[in-house]
Design a protein around this ligand. Sequence first.
Ligand code: NI
Length: 172
Amino acid sequence: MSILSIITTPNPILKEISKEVLVVDDNIRKIFDDMLETMKHANGAGLAAVQVGILKRMMIVDISEDIKVPSNNPIFMVNPEIIYMSEEHIVYQEGCLSFPGGFSDISRPLNVKVKYLDYHGNKKEMEATGWLARAIEHEIDHLNGIVMTDYMSKLKAQMLLKKVEKAKKNLV
Ligand code: NI
């Protein structure tokens, strides 16, 4: 396993739409293993492949650090598709590994149901709520080239990008 470098804004790849994975094979699992190590190293609760420069529809979520949830973490998802979204939304502060130091209140559906292929290529369906739903929705957005600033007013997005710019300078 190796730690990959995480792409941060501004970078046009973050706006690209990732491509469907045709076969879940060892190559895909190797990418997942590297993504998991990268995500843990960065203390993230989720990571989409595009964030490490790979335009494939694959992502990991693991909110077990934030909330103690039963067993099946981390969750590896290939070709995830939302098949239900609640009309009820909830506003909560979220961040993104591609926007270091930038946090914003974002409104998202409270509950989702998603179908996907797992680490072994098995078909799965999952219902999620709260933090887990939010994490899944955030990562699926990445696969569609959507990032958190797309939910914000122009002014708020500019302010957030300035914070990220400063945070990135301090990291270097
Ligand atoms: Ni993100």
